[in-house]
Design a protein around this ligand. Structure first.
Ligand code: ATP
Ligand code: MG
Length: 201
């Protein structure tokens, strides 16, 4: 049996916690379209973004996805989401930059891609946009950060945008509402395990 004073202490602690949480929830009474950044070198950035995509679709929202670095064409997320109603799916990148090895070509591809993104960022009927691996075109200078920031700032007020990729520039994090950095504590790849279906692709 648990001692009565431990039971009482637990109850008091939980009551205090509940009061603090309730107060914080009551304080957060505004609504707005959010800009979220998922960065860092640990696994989980793109898959978290696609989790939010699923949530939004569950609520009947319209979503758009733009993939800036085309790593592979056999991912489960593309096979699944691109077939759903209410999903616009754009593959804008050609491949890893270490495959193309041409600054000019990568720059042209990214800029052509951004024109497509600009159209989505002007369309209030798209409720959530995932810009997957957008940090790389910014990092390598294929896109002008100032104009990207302007387009993001001027989007419809209730539109959510999720940006993924390692090394998110500070200027991008500054205008974001939520920034999460995934830490790489351990990854199976380094133990010689290849990318697994359903987990990595
Ligand atoms: P995921 O798509 O699994 O959420 P991610 O978007 O965080 O991963 P990316 O940098 O886009 O990570 O990497 C794409 C691929 O590399 C995925 O298959 C992912 O599982 C794998 N990966 C992610 N982080 C690491 C890491 N630290 N070491 C090795 N492979 C990784
Ligand atoms: Mg990713």
């Amino acid at each position: 049996m648990v001692e009565p004073d431990r039971v009482e202490r637990y109850r008091t602690r939980m009551q205090r916690k509940k009061a603090i949480i309730d107060e914080a929830i009551a304080r957060a009474d505004r609504e707005k379209g959010l800009l979220l950044i998922l960065t860092g070198s640990g696994k989980g950035k793109s898959s978290s973004a696609f989790g939010m995509l699923a949530r939004a679709l569950g609520h009947g929202m319209r979503v758009g996805v733009a993939q800036f670095i085309k790593g592979r064409s056999d991912t489960g997320e593309e096979a699944f989401f691109s077939k759903q109603n209410n999903v616009i799916w754009h593959v804008l990148g050609e491949g890893f930059t270490w495959d193309t090895q041409s600054l000019e070509r990568d720059t042209e591809t990214a800029q052509r891609g951004w024109i497509i993104v600009q159209k989505m960022l002007c369309d209030p009927s798209i409720n959530l946009i995932v810009l997957d691996e957008l940090t790389y075109p910014l990092k390598f200078g294929w896109l002008d950060i100032t104009s990207v920031l302007n387009d993001l700032k001027n989007r419809p007020s209730m539109q959510h945008v999720v940006i993924t990729g390692r090394g998110a520039p500070d200027a991008l994090c500054e205008i974001a509402d939520t920034v999460t950095e995934m830490a790489d504590i351990k990854h199976a790849f380094r133990a010689g395990i290849q990318a697994q279906k359903g987990i990595d692709l």
